[in-house]
Design a protein around this ligand. Structure first.
Ligand code: GLN
Length: 306
């Protein structure tokens, strides 16, 4: 029987409207603090190309750390398995911007989806690419099938001014010999990466290759091999929600990635990708309502991967 995704999403979102949303919008990046806390967008896209939307799904938002999956994908394409000499694939069990573990482990970040890991991935890309910022953006435009996707200069500037913990993480990696380029050069690329803006429908389409054995069914591009898609999904499953990765696996049961802009992208291999945006975050820095929506979607469609 065909799953009625639209009806299910409509039901979930109208039930949510009657419930409390106790999260808080990220304020440590001042530009994000001004975002309307009541936004809620959902977009689900099947590998067969069917689309289901709800709410503010066509409004751009700052995808923030969701972009770390895209920088990882690009770095694997550019330098292959050598990337794993610079960063691990283990869940961190610590906050996305934690410093302690990085010191214990001598500047070798646990995985590419925490800030330290993504900073090292940016460093690796800078070493390999002629125009890293342009090349990263072109890669994202290509895999998303949307030529107009762009960095947001206001979010970039805002984060550059206030990204003190990211400067610490980058300096620690540099001090341990795991950063080849200057800290400022690396963070310039990293802050740009975090500032990418997309709508829920663009984000769901961008992640669809991970639900479809590495090939985007819309652009018909084989972005990565099916084996690599499985590996990226495994990293999202274990590491995509920092110290809430277990809870997300338990409640939602999909590989996914969150960002402090309130976005989450998740995939069900063989079935669909889904993007949710709700700016209020829980204490772990993940979208409070975003997780609620995804939990209800996989529960009602019985489509956790487990
Ligand atoms: N740009 C944010 C930062 O570096 C990304 C964090 C996130 O989305 N979890 O702090």
């Amino acid at each position: 029987m065909q799953t009625n995704y639209q009806q299910i999403i409509d039901d979930i979102t109208s039930e949510l409207e009657t419930l409390d949303n106790p999260g808080r919008v990220a304020s440590y990046i001042p530009e994000l603090a001004g975002v309307d806390a009541n936004k809620l967008g959902v977009h689900l896209m099947t590998v067969g190309g069917n689309r289901y939307s709800w709410g503010n799904s066509e409004e751009k938002f700052s995808i923030q750390s969701v972009s770390k999956v895209l920088s990882l994908t690009f770095a694997l394409q550019v330098m292959g398995e050598n990337l794993w000499t610079r960063v691990g694939v283990e869940p961190s069990g610590t906050a996305f911007n934690s410093l302690v573990q990085l010191e214990y482990e001598q500047g070798f970040p646990r995985n590419p989806l925490i800030n330290a890991g993504a900073i090292v991935v940016c460093d690796a890309l800078i070493t390999q690419l002629a125009n890293p910022k342009k090349d990263i953006l072109n890669f994202v435009r290509e895999i998303s099938g949307h030529k107009k996707i762009d960095y947001c200069p206001r979010v970039f500037e805002s984060e550059k001014r206030t990204g003190f913990k990211n400067y610490s993480l980058a300096n620690l990696c540099k001090g341990f010999g795991n950063l080849n380029n200057d800290v400022d050069t690396v963070l310039d690329v990293y802050f740009h990466l975090c500032s990418i803006e997309m709508t829920c429908s663009e984000l769901a389409q961008t992640f669809l290759f991970l639900a479809n054995e590495g090939k985007c069914p819309v652009t018909e591009k084989q972005v990565v091999s099916s084996q690599r898609a499985r590996r990226i999904n495994s990293i999202m499953q274990m590491c995509g929600f920092y110290d809430e990765a277990g809870e997300f696996a338990f409640r939602v049961g999909l590989p996914g990635k969150s960002g402090v802009g309130g976005g989450i992208a998740a995939v069900h291999p063989g079935k669909y990708s889904i993007a949710v945006w709700s700016p209020k975050l829980n204490e772990k820095g993940n979208s409070y309502q975003g997780i609620k929506v995804l939990e209800a979607v996989t529960t009602r469609t019985q489509s956790s991967i487990f």
